[in-house]
Design a protein around this ligand. Structure first.
Ligand code: SF4
Ligand code: SF4
Ligand code: SF4
Ligand code: FES
Length: 232
Protein backbone atom coordinates (compact mmCIF):
# COMPACT_ATOMS: atom_id res chain seq x y z
CA UNK A 1 0.00 0.00 0.00
CA UNK A 2 1.06 3.60 -0.62
CA UNK A 3 0.53 6.31 2.02
CA UNK A 4 -0.24 9.80 0.81
CA UNK A 5 -2.19 12.95 1.73
CA UNK A 6 -5.45 13.67 -0.06
CA UNK A 7 -7.13 17.00 0.67
CA UNK A 8 -5.42 17.12 4.07
CA UNK A 9 -6.23 13.54 5.09
CA UNK A 10 -3.64 10.78 5.47
CA UNK A 11 -4.89 7.91 3.27
CA UNK A 12 -3.69 4.70 1.68
CA UNK A 13 -4.16 3.19 -1.76
CA UNK A 14 -2.93 0.13 -3.61
CA UNK A 15 0.43 0.48 -5.32
CA UNK A 16 0.11 1.31 -9.01
CA UNK A 17 -3.09 3.35 -8.63
CA UNK A 18 -3.42 6.71 -10.31
CA UNK A 19 -4.53 9.82 -8.40
CA UNK A 20 -7.87 9.63 -10.21
CA UNK A 21 -8.42 6.03 -9.11
CA UNK A 22 -7.55 6.97 -5.54
CA UNK A 23 -9.98 9.91 -5.64
CA UNK A 24 -12.73 7.65 -6.95
CA UNK A 25 -11.97 5.16 -4.19
CA UNK A 26 -12.34 7.89 -1.57
CA UNK A 27 -15.48 9.32 -3.19
CA UNK A 28 -13.92 12.55 -4.44
CA UNK A 29 -15.40 13.65 -7.73
CA UNK A 30 -12.98 14.69 -10.44
CA UNK A 31 -14.31 15.77 -13.85
CA UNK A 32 -12.96 13.77 -16.79
CA UNK A 33 -13.48 13.82 -20.53
CA UNK A 34 -10.83 11.74 -22.27
CA UNK A 35 -10.82 9.08 -19.55
CA UNK A 36 -12.86 5.89 -19.62
CA UNK A 37 -12.55 3.06 -17.10
CA UNK A 38 -12.30 0.40 -19.80
CA UNK A 39 -9.57 2.14 -21.80
CA UNK A 40 -5.91 3.07 -21.35
CA UNK A 41 -5.57 6.58 -19.84
CA UNK A 42 -4.47 9.16 -22.40
CA UNK A 43 -4.09 12.44 -20.52
CA UNK A 44 -5.35 14.54 -23.41
CA UNK A 45 -8.10 16.83 -22.11
CA UNK A 46 -6.46 18.05 -18.87
CA UNK A 47 -9.86 18.34 -17.24
CA UNK A 48 -8.94 16.01 -14.42
CA UNK A 49 -6.19 18.35 -13.17
CA UNK A 50 -5.28 18.27 -9.49
CA UNK A 51 -2.54 20.06 -7.55
CA UNK A 52 0.36 18.06 -6.14
CA UNK A 53 3.24 19.14 -3.91
CA UNK A 54 3.42 22.16 -1.63
CA UNK A 55 4.62 25.77 -1.71
CA UNK A 56 6.78 26.70 -4.68
CA UNK A 57 6.92 23.07 -5.76
CA UNK A 58 3.16 22.74 -6.15
CA UNK A 59 2.12 21.92 -9.70
CA UNK A 60 -0.88 20.79 -11.69
CA UNK A 61 -0.95 17.26 -13.09
CA UNK A 62 -3.51 15.12 -14.91
CA UNK A 63 -4.88 12.82 -12.24
CA UNK A 64 -5.88 10.12 -14.76
CA UNK A 65 -2.27 9.45 -15.71
CA UNK A 66 -0.30 10.43 -12.59
CA UNK A 67 0.56 7.50 -10.30
CA UNK A 68 0.23 7.94 -6.54
CA UNK A 69 3.65 8.02 -4.84
CA UNK A 70 4.60 7.53 -1.20
CA UNK A 71 4.16 10.81 0.71
CA UNK A 72 2.52 12.63 -2.20
CA UNK A 73 0.41 15.65 -1.23
CA UNK A 74 -2.69 16.00 -3.44
CA UNK A 75 -5.34 18.73 -3.41
CA UNK A 76 -8.31 18.39 -5.71
CA UNK A 77 -10.26 21.59 -5.20
CA UNK A 78 -7.91 24.55 -4.82
CA UNK A 79 -8.56 27.87 -6.54
CA UNK A 80 -5.75 27.09 -8.98
CA UNK A 81 -7.31 23.72 -9.85
CA UNK A 82 -10.81 25.14 -10.32
CA UNK A 83 -9.54 28.03 -12.46
CA UNK A 84 -7.50 25.67 -14.63
CA UNK A 85 -10.47 23.34 -15.10
CA UNK A 86 -12.73 26.25 -16.04
CA UNK A 87 -10.15 27.44 -18.55
CA UNK A 88 -9.99 23.95 -20.11
CA UNK A 89 -13.80 23.83 -20.35
CA UNK A 90 -13.79 27.26 -21.99
CA UNK A 91 -11.22 26.06 -24.49
CA UNK A 92 -13.15 22.86 -25.23
CA UNK A 93 -16.35 24.86 -25.68
CA UNK A 94 -14.65 27.11 -28.19
CA UNK A 95 -13.62 24.03 -30.19
CA UNK A 96 -16.94 22.21 -30.07
CA UNK A 97 -19.85 24.25 -28.63
CA UNK A 98 -22.43 21.79 -30.00
CA UNK A 99 -21.35 19.06 -27.62
CA UNK A 100 -23.93 18.61 -24.92
CA UNK A 101 -21.33 16.88 -22.78
CA UNK A 102 -19.15 20.00 -22.84
CA UNK A 103 -22.10 22.39 -22.40
CA UNK A 104 -23.15 20.36 -19.34
CA UNK A 105 -19.64 20.64 -17.94
CA UNK A 106 -19.77 24.40 -18.53
CA UNK A 107 -23.05 24.56 -16.63
CA UNK A 108 -21.70 22.47 -13.79
CA UNK A 109 -18.55 24.54 -13.41
CA UNK A 110 -20.30 27.85 -13.90
CA UNK A 111 -18.38 28.78 -17.05
CA UNK A 112 -20.28 31.81 -18.35
CA UNK A 113 -18.23 33.03 -21.28
CA UNK A 114 -15.89 31.82 -24.01
CA UNK A 115 -12.89 34.06 -24.54
CA UNK A 116 -11.32 31.94 -27.28
CA UNK A 117 -12.21 32.13 -30.96
CA UNK A 118 -15.06 29.67 -31.58
CA UNK A 119 -14.13 27.03 -34.16
CA UNK A 120 -17.24 24.83 -34.28
CA UNK A 121 -15.14 21.72 -34.93
CA UNK A 122 -16.57 18.22 -34.68
CA UNK A 123 -13.69 16.78 -32.66
CA UNK A 124 -11.77 17.72 -29.53
CA UNK A 125 -9.07 15.11 -30.21
CA UNK A 126 -9.70 13.31 -26.94
CA UNK A 127 -8.65 10.03 -28.59
CA UNK A 128 -11.46 8.03 -26.98
CA UNK A 129 -12.70 6.69 -30.34
CA UNK A 130 -9.22 5.51 -31.32
CA UNK A 131 -8.71 3.65 -28.03
CA UNK A 132 -12.23 2.23 -28.15
CA UNK A 133 -11.70 0.91 -31.67
CA UNK A 134 -8.32 -0.58 -30.86
CA UNK A 135 -8.72 -1.82 -27.30
CA UNK A 136 -12.37 -2.85 -27.05
CA UNK A 137 -13.36 -3.56 -30.66
CA UNK A 138 -9.94 -5.01 -31.54
CA UNK A 139 -10.20 -3.33 -34.94
CA UNK A 140 -7.66 -0.50 -34.99
CA UNK A 141 -9.48 1.05 -37.92
CA UNK A 142 -8.85 4.68 -36.98
CA UNK A 143 -5.98 6.73 -35.60
CA UNK A 144 -4.74 10.26 -35.01
CA UNK A 145 -3.01 11.53 -38.16
CA UNK A 146 -1.07 14.68 -39.09
CA UNK A 147 0.38 17.14 -36.55
CA UNK A 148 -0.36 20.48 -34.93
CA UNK A 149 -3.40 22.25 -36.34
CA UNK A 150 -3.86 19.56 -38.98
CA UNK A 151 -4.23 16.79 -36.43
CA UNK A 152 -7.37 14.74 -36.98
CA UNK A 153 -8.95 11.33 -36.55
CA UNK A 154 -8.93 9.31 -39.76
CA UNK A 155 -8.55 5.89 -41.32
CA UNK A 156 -5.19 5.09 -42.96
CA UNK A 157 -4.90 7.17 -46.17
CA UNK A 158 -8.34 8.65 -45.40
CA UNK A 159 -10.06 5.90 -47.36
CA UNK A 160 -12.81 3.51 -46.33
CA UNK A 161 -11.37 1.05 -43.85
CA UNK A 162 -11.51 -2.64 -44.57
CA UNK A 163 -11.14 -3.52 -40.89
CA UNK A 164 -13.94 -1.29 -39.60
CA UNK A 165 -16.86 -3.44 -38.48
CA UNK A 166 -19.34 -0.56 -38.46
CA UNK A 167 -19.96 -1.37 -34.79
CA UNK A 168 -20.53 2.26 -33.85
CA UNK A 169 -18.30 2.01 -30.77
CA UNK A 170 -16.38 5.12 -31.77
CA UNK A 171 -19.57 7.17 -32.12
CA UNK A 172 -21.00 5.81 -28.90
CA UNK A 173 -18.03 6.97 -26.86
CA UNK A 174 -17.38 10.32 -28.53
CA UNK A 175 -18.13 13.31 -26.26
CA UNK A 176 -18.46 15.54 -29.31
CA UNK A 177 -20.78 13.35 -31.44
CA UNK A 178 -22.68 11.54 -28.73
CA UNK A 179 -25.44 13.61 -27.14
CA UNK A 180 -25.15 16.49 -29.58
CA UNK A 181 -27.37 19.27 -28.39
CA UNK A 182 -30.86 18.89 -29.88
CA UNK A 183 -32.22 22.05 -28.32
CA UNK A 184 -32.76 25.47 -29.89
CA UNK A 185 -29.77 27.46 -31.11
CA UNK A 186 -28.27 28.95 -27.94
CA UNK A 187 -28.10 32.75 -27.79
CA UNK A 188 -24.42 32.62 -26.79
CA UNK A 189 -21.55 30.12 -27.05
CA UNK A 190 -22.24 29.07 -23.49
CA UNK A 191 -25.78 27.79 -23.62
CA UNK A 192 -26.43 27.00 -19.95
CA UNK A 193 -29.94 25.90 -20.91
CA UNK A 194 -29.23 22.63 -19.19
CA UNK A 195 -28.49 24.10 -15.80
CA UNK A 196 -31.60 22.28 -14.64
CA UNK A 197 -29.89 18.92 -15.26
CA UNK A 198 -30.23 18.21 -11.59
CA UNK A 199 -33.15 20.40 -10.61
CA UNK A 200 -33.40 20.82 -6.89
CA UNK A 201 -37.09 19.92 -6.99
CA UNK A 202 -36.01 16.28 -7.47
CA UNK A 203 -33.95 16.46 -4.28
CA UNK A 204 -36.78 18.06 -2.35
CA UNK A 205 -39.79 16.11 -3.62
CA UNK A 206 -38.22 12.90 -5.00
CA UNK A 207 -39.99 13.73 -8.23
CA UNK A 208 -39.59 16.07 -11.18
CA UNK A 209 -41.97 18.90 -10.38
CA UNK A 210 -41.43 21.30 -13.24
CA UNK A 211 -44.77 22.73 -14.17
CA UNK A 212 -42.95 25.91 -15.13
CA UNK A 213 -41.15 24.40 -18.15
CA UNK A 214 -37.74 24.55 -16.48
CA UNK A 215 -37.85 28.31 -16.56
CA UNK A 216 -36.35 28.46 -13.12
CA UNK A 217 -39.23 30.62 -12.00
CA UNK A 218 -39.58 28.68 -8.79
CA UNK A 219 -36.19 30.11 -7.97
CA UNK A 220 -34.46 26.84 -7.25
CA UNK A 221 -32.83 26.24 -10.60
CA UNK A 222 -31.84 28.39 -13.53
CA UNK A 223 -33.50 28.24 -16.90
CA UNK A 224 -32.92 29.95 -20.21
CA UNK A 225 -32.84 33.74 -19.74
CA UNK A 226 -35.15 34.29 -22.74
CA UNK A 227 -37.76 31.94 -21.29
CA UNK A 228 -37.56 33.63 -17.92
CA UNK A 229 -38.18 36.99 -19.58
CA UNK A 230 -41.16 35.55 -21.43
CA UNK A 231 -42.75 34.37 -18.22
CA UNK A 232 -42.39 37.65 -16.37
S1 SF4 B 1 -17.27 1.56 -36.15
FE1 SF4 B 1 -15.30 0.98 -37.08
S2 SF4 B 1 -13.94 2.68 -36.54
FE2 SF4 B 1 -15.70 2.76 -35.11
S3 SF4 B 1 -15.10 1.54 -33.33
FE3 SF4 B 1 -16.21 0.19 -34.69
S4 SF4 B 1 -14.59 -0.79 -35.90
FE4 SF4 B 1 -13.69 1.04 -34.98
S1 SF4 C 1 -14.00 11.95 -32.78
FE1 SF4 C 1 -14.87 12.16 -30.71
S2 SF4 C 1 -13.97 10.50 -29.51
FE2 SF4 C 1 -12.72 10.74 -31.35
S3 SF4 C 1 -11.09 12.12 -30.73
FE3 SF4 C 1 -12.70 13.38 -31.63
S4 SF4 C 1 -13.95 14.05 -29.89
FE4 SF4 C 1 -12.70 12.31 -29.19
S1 SF4 D 1 -37.83 25.56 -12.33
FE1 SF4 D 1 -38.24 24.66 -10.30
S2 SF4 D 1 -39.71 23.08 -10.70
FE2 SF4 D 1 -38.73 23.58 -12.65
S3 SF4 D 1 -37.01 22.17 -12.89
FE3 SF4 D 1 -36.26 23.99 -11.90
S4 SF4 D 1 -36.44 23.50 -9.70
FE4 SF4 D 1 -37.72 22.07 -10.76
S1 FES E 1 -9.49 12.87 -18.11
FE1 FES E 1 -7.45 13.12 -17.45
S2 FES E 1 -6.57 14.28 -19.04
FE2 FES E 1 -8.57 13.87 -19.77
Amino acid sequence: MINFRLNGLEVQIEKGSTILEACKFYGIEIPTLCYHEGLTPYGGCRLCLVEIGEGDNAKLVSSCTYPVEEGLVVRTNTKRVINARKMMIELLLSICPQSKTIQDLASKFNVRKVRFKVRNDDCILCGLCVRMCKEQMQAGAIGIVERGYKKKIATPFDIRSEVCRLCGGCIYICPACQLRCQGPEPPTDVCNACLSLEPTCIENHDDYQCWMATTGNCGTCEGRPDQIKQKK
